[in-house]
Ligand binder design. Structure first.
Ligand SMILES: C[S@@+](CC[C@H](N)C(=O)[O-])C[C@H]1O[C@@H](n2cnc3c(N)ncnc32)[C@H](O)[C@@H]1O
Length: 289
C-alpha cells in the first residue's frame, strides 16, 4: 500500500488522532494508534516518540502484554478520542500516553521535577536542548556532583528540566531516589556515552504535548474531573513484595499501604462512574510496608 492510500485507509477505518509527531502525517489528519497503524508506521520507518526519561516501572516493554491481554488499546471498550479524555495520573515516563497519543488527555504526577520537565518540553523545548548541550559538553563525575547539589528553588524551570534529564541519563541505572528532604541522591553512573540530548525525540514529544493538560498533583485531585467514557490508566508505585523490596522513592511522600487501599477504593468508584479503568500493580498477597 502506498503512503497516500495508507493514510486514506487509516482515516476511513479509524477516527484518527495526531500521530503527527512525524512529518509524514500532517497534524490535521487524525490517526488512531492501533496495531495496524503501528505496522504501517514501521513500513514507513516512522517512530512514535519515546519516553524522555528512564523511569523505574516504565511500561514501554509491557505494552505488547496489555494488547495481548485484550486490555489495550481501549477503543473496543467504547473509548472515543474525539469525545472522551485519557487520564494518566501516575504518568512517570508516560509510556502509555506516548503509545496511545490521544487527542484529549490529562497527565499528572506528584514528582515536581518530572512535571516541570513535561511542561518545559511542551512550552520551551528549544531552550531545554541548549541547556542539555551544555551538560553534555561538561559531563564528568565532578560536574554531575555539582549539578546534583544545586538548590532547585534557585533554578529556572528550564534549568530544573535540563538538570532532571541530565541526572537521569548519567546517574546509576537511571534511578530516581530522594532523601527525606527531597534531595536527589543517586550516584554517578559511569556511562561511556550517555544519551543526554535526544533532540528529535524531544521535538516530537513537544508536538504531541501541545494540547495536553499537565499537572503536578496527587492522583485523586486529577481524577475528580474524569467522566463516563473516559479512559484512565493507573500505574502507582507498586505494593512491595517484601519489606526489604520496597521501592517507593519517586517522591519524598512515598506511597504506603494506606494509599494502596485508597487507590483500590478509587478504582471502584471510577468504575461506578462509568469510566474505563486499567491498573497495574505487583501481585503482593498482603500489604507489607
Ligand atoms: C510506576 S511509576 C509510573 C510509570 C509510568 N507508567 C511509566 O510508564 O513510566 C509511578 C509514578 O507515580 C508517581 N506518584 C507517586 N505517588 C503519587 C501520588 N500520590 N499521586 C500521583 N503520582 C504519584 C511517581 O512519581 C511515579 O512517577
Amino acid at each position: 500500500m502506498n503512503k497516500e492510500l495508507s493514510i486514506k485507509y487509516l482515516k476511513e477505518k479509524y477516527n484518527l488522532n495526531h500521530i503527527i509527531s512525524q512529518s509524514l502525517i500532517p497534524r490535521n489528519k487524525k490517526i488512531y494508534c492501533n496495531v495496524e497503524l503501528d505496522e504501517i508506521m514501521r513500513n514507513f520507518k516512522l517512530e512514535k516518540p519515546k519516553p524522555f526519561v528512564k523511569w523505574v516501572g516504565g511500561k514501554r516493554q509491557l505494552l505488547k502484554q496489555f494488547i495481548k491481554l485484550g486490555l489495550y488499546p481501549p477503543f473496543s471498550f467504547g473509548f472515543n478520542p474525539e469525545k472522551n479524555t485519557y487520564f494518566e495520573p501516575f504518568v512517570g515516563g508516560g509510556a502509555v500516553f506516548l503509545d496511545l497519543l490521544p487527542e484529549n488527555a490529562v497527565l499528572s504526577d506528584m514528582n515536581f521535577e518530572l512535571i516541570t520537565t513535561y511542561k518545559v518540553i511542551q512550552q520551551d523545548y528549544k531552550k531545554l536542548i541548549s541547556k542539555l548541550k551544555i551538560h553534555k559538553k561538561n559531563n564528568t563525575k565532578e560536574y554531575f556532583l555539582k549539578i546534583r547539589a544545586q538548590n532547585l528553588n534557585k533554578l529556572s524551570d528550564v534549568s530544573v528540566a535540563a538538570r532532571f534529564i541530565y541526572l537521569n541519563r548519567t546517574c546509576f541505572n537511571g534511578m530516581y531516589r530522594v532523601n527525606k528532604s527531597g534531595g536527589f541522591n543517586v550516584p554517578y553512573g559511569k556511562y561511556n556515552n550517555p544519551n543526554i540530548v535526544n533532540q528529535e525525540n524531544l521535538e516530537n514529544i513537544s508536538k504531541v504535548l501541545q494540547d495536553i493538560k499537565i499537572k503536578h498533583q496527587d492522583y485523586k485531585e486529577t481524577l475528580k474531573k474524569a467522566k463516563k467514557g473516559d479512559f484512565i490508566y493507573l500505574d502507582p508505585p507498586y505494593a512491595p513484595l517484601s519489606p526489604t523490596a520496597s521501592f517507593t522513592a519517586y517522591t519524598k511522600e512515598g506511597f504506603g499501604a494506606e494509599q494502596q487501599i485508597e487507590l483500590r477504593d478509587t478504582f471502584y468508584e471510577l468504575h461506578k462512574r462509568g469510566c474505563l479503568v486499567m491498573l497495574s500493580n505487583s501481585n503482593a498477597e498482603t500489604l507489607v510496608f
